[in-house]
Design a protein. Structure first.
Length: 261
């Protein structure tokens, strides 16, 4: 099973540092790909002005690049927005949609997220849909219901789950004040997400990768990475620099190789 590992670089880096870090990760990946030890898909979401530098720097490496947001319309008077076609023309493989910071800091609604997801699907651009419950919902024991609602509404009207990935990140686990989630709880969340995916997509729901993110670091990453239902990890601040990114990744690969029969 392919292991998906990546980092959302949020509002960090300039084109030059992006070029440097992407080139380092891309060249590591080219060598790793030759070894073919364990199927691996790396991904990064640099900020908009850094996307061209990232595309140039990845050269021939099979590193996925994504944007951190998108608008659902093709073009028009939408100041500050970017369309699916523009991102595809820039060489993007996917878009991160519905990140907790977009939802909580910028008021992105379930309805907008659903429009974005459908716009990407319609134009064959990959979607990494972020879901995760708030602290209030978690404390009230309503975390899984919260995430189910986000999935149902975000994926509403989607004809199939081609090019779809889900990144589960509880809001309370993200950022420097976040708490890493208990792996047992994450495993239960994965199962609950899988039930929804299978209901929405009876044919391919079972093969949609579900990843975990939220205060992942070199210490806890191997634990999440080797959980039965974990298809991958999304790492934030512990992987904004290439050497940190590769360090966290390698701790996961070592543990995965050691535990794979
Ligand atoms: P963090 O961010 O690892 O810094 O908590 C995770 C994310 O927002 O994807």
């Amino acid at each position: 099973m392919t292991f998906f590992f990546g980092s959302n670089w949020k509002m960090n880096h300039d084109p030059e540092s992006t070029r440097k870090h992407v080139a380092e990760i891309g060249s590591w990946l080219e060598h790793y790909a030759l070894a073919q030890a364990l199927p691996l898909q790396l991904w990064l979401t640099p900020s908009y002005p850094c996307l061209p530098a990232a595309v140039t720097a990845r050269r021939g490496s099979p590193l996925w690049l994504g944007a951190q947001n998108v608008h659902w319309e093709d073009s028009g008077a939408f100041t500050g927005e970017v369309s699916v076609n523009q991102l595809k023309a820039c060489g993007m493989d996917f878009v991160l949609i519905g990140h907790a910071e977009r939802r909580t800091l910028f008021g992105e609604t379930d309805r907008q997220i659903s429009l974005k997801v459908r716009a990407c699907a319609h134009r064959s651009l990959g979607v990494m849909l972020c879901v995760g419950e708030t602290l209030d919902a978690y404390r009230a024991g309503l975390g899984f219901e919260y995430v189910t609602r986000q999935l149902q509404s975000g994926l509403e009207g989607l004809p199939n789950a081609d090019r779809l990935l889900v990144l589960y990140e509880p809001v309370w686990s993200i950022g420097k004040d976040g708490l890493p989630a208990d792996p047992v709880y994450v495993q239960q969340a994965f199962q609950s997400i899988r039930v929804v995916l299978n209901r929405l997509f009876p044919v391919e729901g079972n093969s949609v990768p579900i990843m975990y993110g939220g205060s992942v670091n070199a210490d806890n990453a191997p634990i999440y990475a080797t959980m039965t239902d974990c298809a991958g990890l999304g790492v934030g601040r512990a992987a904004w620099a290439a050497n940190d990114f590769l360090h966290v990744l390698q701790t996961c690969l070592q543990k995965k190789l050691a535990t794979t029969p």
